[in-house]
Design a protein around this ligand. Structure first.
Ligand code: B30
Ligand code: ZN
Length: 254
């Protein structure tokens, strides 16, 4: 909280305070010219992503984003031979208007928002431990476009008027996390990268789904009313795309 960085220049100045942000495997990137990898076939297995119940999620303003947290290891994903990763939290990046907002681009195309589902490798017990290891996290990226209909899976966004200030939070009744995902979870892009905000650790196996999800214009508006860690309207909380350098992006699709 009250951290010493913000999005005022899309992250360009972070490198002076946070050395890892100047690394060669940074995120986000523009996803283009991926290489087909048959080995990615059927490689995501979801467990408890369909679970509903009476336990509480929390939805909070951390000064950089709106974050939905699960109470403990429950939902998890297995990425083939890469291992099993426990769901930790999901959060969003969005624009001041619909012309910008996503962190990743797809063939140069930008979306009005992007959702990130953060998972911690089950071989590590804390986020801090995972942060010390190149295989620490698996983050799923989902592009968000604007659609006509309300997306009822995202009804929890209606609590954003209670989350105007950094540090505020509300309880949300547990719901099935898979209702937030695109219907086609078989086409995705995979690459090795970093946290997209300081301290920019290069510990993330990124999986970005090809198919976007839709939120209505009024649902996107619910992001744009909250304030950041300087008490200014929190919009454009995305980092500029980074160089791919010596990395490959892989994909698989039927
Ligand atoms: S992102 O998905 O690359 N945008 C963090 C997680 C995901 C991304 C960026 C940053 C992150 O967790 N940063 C450290 C802040 N954490 C610290 C922690 O100890 O536990 C707070 C948090 O949730 O948001 Cu987990
Ligand atoms: Zn993120």
């Amino acid at each position: 909280n009250y951290s010493n960085w913000d999005y005022s220049d899309q992250g360009a100045n972070w490198v002076t305070k946070f050395k890892l942000c100047a690394g060669t495997k940074q995120s986000p990137i523009d996803i283009k010219a991926p290489t087909c990898d048959e080995g990615l076939n059927n490689s995501i297995t979801f467990t408890n992503y369909d679970k509903t119940g009476s336990s509480k999620f929390t939805f909070e303003n951390n000064g950089h984003s709106l974050v939905l947290k699960a109470p403990g290891p429950d939902a998890k994903v297995t990425l083939g031979s890469l291992g099993t990763f426990n769901f930790h939290q999901l959060h969003f990046h969005w624009g001041k208007d619909d012309t910008k907002g996503s962190e990743h681009l797809h063939d140069g195309k930008v979306f009005p928002a992007e959702m990130h589902l953060v998972h911690i490798n089950s071989k590590y017990s804390t986020f801090q431990e995972a942060q010390q290891n190149a295989d620490g996290l698996a983050v799923f990226g989902v592009f968000i476009k604007v659609g006509q209909a309300e997306n009822t899976a995202f009804n929890f966004l209606s609590s954003s008027p209670s989350l105007i200030y950094e540090g505020t939070k509300v309880n949300v009744t547990q719901f099935a996390i898979n209702t937030l995902l695109p219907t086609d979870q078989t086409i995705f892009y995979r690459y090795k990268g970093s946290l997209t905000s300081p301290t920019c650790d290069e510990i993330v196996t990124w999986t970005v789904f090809d198919q976007p999800i839709s939120l209505s214009a009024s649902q996107l508006a619910q992001f744009r009313i909250v304030k950041d860690n300087h008490n200014k309207t929190l919009v454009d909380n995305f980092r500029v795309v980074q160089n791919l350098n010596n990395r490959t992006i892989t994909y698989w699709s039927e």
